[in-house]
Design a binder for this molecule. Sequence first.
Ligand code: ARG
Ligand code: ZN
Length: 884
Amino acid sequence: MADNSVATPSLIELKNYAPPPYLVDLVDLTFKLDPATTEVKARLSMQRNPAGQGGPLRLEGRKLDLKSINLNGKDLAEGVDYTRDAEALTILNPPADGRIVINSVVEIHPDKNSELEGLYVSSNNFCTQCEAQGFRKITYFPDRPDVMARYTVTLIAPTDYPVLLSNGNKIGEGDLGDGTHFARWEDPFPKPSYLFALVAGTLTATRDSFTTRSGRKVALEIWTVAVDADKTDYAMDSLKRSMTWDEEVYGLEYDLDTFMIVAVSDFNMGAMENKGLNVFNTKYVLARPDTATDGDYQGIEAVIAHEYFHNWTGNRVTCRDWFQLSLKEGLTVFRDQEFSSDMNSAAVKRISDVRGLRAVQFPEDAGPMAHPVRPASYIEINNFYTPTVYNKGAEVVRMYQTLLGKDGFRKGMDLYFQRHDGQAVTCDDFRAAMADANGADLSQFERWYDQAGTPTVEVSQEWDAGAGVLSLTFKQSCAASPGQSEKRPYHIPFALGLIGTDGADLPVRLENEGPVDAGTRVLDLREASQTFRFTGFKDRPTPSLLRGFSAPVKLVSDLKADDLAFLAAHDSDSFARWEAGQTLAAQHLLQLAADWRAGRVLTLSPAVVEAMRLTLVDKSLDQAFIALSLALPAESYLAELVSEIDIEAIVEARNFARRTLGAELQKELRAAYQAGKSDEAFAPTADQAGKRALKNAALDLLCAAGDAQALDEAAAQYRAQANMTDVLAALGCLVDTDRRDRVEALADFEKRWKHDTLVMDKWFTLQALSRRSDTLAEVRKLLSHPSFDAKNPNKLRSLVGAFTSGNRQYFHAGDGSGYRFLAEQVVATDKVNKQLAARLVLPLGPWRRFDKQRQDLMRAALEQIKGTEGLSKDVYEIVSKSLG
Ligand code: ARG
Ligand code: ZN
């Protein structure tokens, strides 16, 4: 059996949490770095936790070659003084009081570490990833976030690894004369082991500095391999803007003398907030106008901010246990969203975030992996770095702000830091700080943390013309999810506007209330059913519901197509305006899907075309907003609106609508495309990005309609090579066709970029997402392309992941070929990188929602994976929960 396998993976449960029996105050680590065998010496200064329950001293450790261990200077003997298994070393009778000093020496093998967790090698450099439980692959340690210690770290390496970095401040360095040198680092802030990091190798720094508002000068360094040093400007700029923003908005300053970012090309996730030494996936650092799209620039800005913001929300105040992960992730995603919103267009940011939530988190919440924002149990914590914990978690934090107002939220944050700086705490502590700072009752709000599933809010209207009263009834419910059959009502902030016949906002005034200003009002929903009576109208107002997407719910209303068209043209709340158009389109697309299945002739509703036309020609609108409005609801979102997913019908209906829109709006789309052309030098500004988005959305629809002139334009836009955004958009239009320029452009792209692995990811993805019928065959061929590397997470995601999670048409091919391909890839990947393999399984999860034929095929693929010998517990957890 492979050594990552487990006989019976055990369930870890929140209700079993107990405080650590021992605390560590000082950690002194010495690494003798060598790719094949690295020696790690650890000196842990510990004592019994007065709040703990005593018992043996457990030190987690995995795949460590133990060389020696002693306690207070006395060597310990295996079987006598301690026991050891694959997961931990347990010291049986540690001294009951006084200081305990444990010295251990272990050896590890970074160049064999393909899991990219613990200490590993990427592009000949050493780096680490410890969150959540990678530190135990470096040394024996109580590897849990509620053990916070101060670290000093000595790195010794051959002189051909010139750069030696760790957390905190460098306190010494020198040549050791024997072909090696050293650097010594000290981190003055106590931290959990998951925030430990080291980096060593041949790297180049881009340097800058930032002066905090209290006048301290912080050195900023972004470390990359030499050829990438010309792609760090935007990351550096984003970092400085993040630092300023956190001071201005939350009064939070950086606390060390140096802030370092290292970009590595082999990385499981986006980035990691290690104290003072963030390690990033290159994807979220490197950008140049010719290599990165507007979307890439936005991703960099958001992730740089996210990791920087973790310094306070995550590092200074951390999580008591991993069930509380959303305490730092939900809060920090919320903070990065607010930052991006302030830096760019707030409306566009909100719409994109909600689109993302619906495309990924809603399906998760409705499937076999559904879990609360604070899960109650897990088998493998790495499987819980999910859209629910991150993105729904961010919505939960946003609801505090909606309920308490921006000032109230800030008061809550201030109290949270005042109470908990330097501590490891829980989501309840955060909620208590919000409640106490505002004298608010947030007890019912706890359900957002403990109940899984997306609630539905059903709104119905009753208009009393004689009295001029509009009654709105809100009914909330939430479907059962794994392990939770009954759900209790949530505390929902529901933002609402009422719009007059002239399109302007009216006061939202309750009966028996004095005058109120026109505009949005937030209602507190707390019960299964509630009715509110609004008064003061001459004519029947149109309700604008769930403005700003004030809660992560599914909205069902009795608004008619006419009302939606009216809102799409007039709503003063941009989110609600966009949403009205999307709802109109979604309802129609589902009708088209049913028509297609029934063999009826498809006709695109004139109302939908007209709503799009009006938006397209509205000069008052932000161009990025128009581009978002032109995008039809995603297949994955449409699938969430029906009980049985007829994937063929959804794909056919959506493709039909795209083609038809492209033809019917040809004149306006051509005008928009021409108007968007520009000779301006590329800048990653919101304004320019919006222009490009609209221009390319127009081109995309025209090409979808098979418009030969537009396809020629696409080929020309590709050849012009103005910037990666335009290049990729053009190539995306060509890649679905049989045209000669498709082959030429793909070959040209490959020739230009074969030496830039990050750019090649885009080339793989484009082909994986193609609508051509030979796509899976092409994907299989690309697996042996010289630029492909199945061990590299970005590569695997860009080709295999893009196909299985992005190409619904061919992944769900009726012959099961897509499912078999996925099973094959999961089994192969699990032997190399179990975290990555587990994520690949996810698209098979919702098998119960499909037709009988696909159910059987998907289940067979899951069974095939499950039956594989030596399966990791990561993959086991997803597969077994999916099979249910
Ligand atoms: N804390 C990191 C972030 O969100 C993510 C690290 C997740 N890593 C993992 N192996 N689960 O910024
Ligand atoms: Zn994070």
